[in-house]
Ligand binder design. Sequence first.
Ligand SMILES: [Fe+2]
Length: 215
Amino acid sequence: MPRSLFDLYAETYPFTLPALGYAPAAVEPAVDAATMSLHHDKHHAAYVTNLNAALKDHPDLHRISLGELLMGLRRWPAAVQTAIRNQGGGHANHALFWQLLAPGAPSASAPSGQLADWIVRDFGSVDACKAALKAAGVGQFGSGWAWLVKTATNHLVVKGLPNQDSPLLEGELPVLGLDVWEHAYYLKYQNRRADYLDALLGRINWDTAGAQLRR
Ligand SMILES: [Fe+2]
């Protein structure tokens, strides 16, 4: 069983790579098996390894949860802030990302409940929200993520963030994240990032996204 997302943000040093929770081919054709395996087994694993290495000699941080490390970044020693931001962000972002993808046959999954209500309130429609996410992903220069976040005032906003910056750094809750690093799509899509985003947006596990609002 994959760990719950609550458990993920509550995780403390030493951090571990969560299981993908499904076969590498389970989200094909949107995400090919080779990309899924490399992405999880190599890229995500490296963020975990590097985060642990950075915190190894900071025992005072070993009782601090991943969520707290990211939300309170400026409180930690300057020597580890960059590692927490990049490697800790990479760990948190990817652990959420695997659960945001729907394995099995492509389905007509759609937002429901509070998430659906808030999307309509803040974007007008689910399609408009998806279009905003796609635009943020296409428009993100270089590496980064397109995010749907819950703000401190309980609104949903789409934004692009560079590299592995987590919305948690600014006190905003990640609801849905689309990885637009080239490592997420280049084997299959090469330069066609927009096509990758279209495919990905058709394979979202909206139950996972909706569950984020209940944190
Ligand atoms: Fe990634």
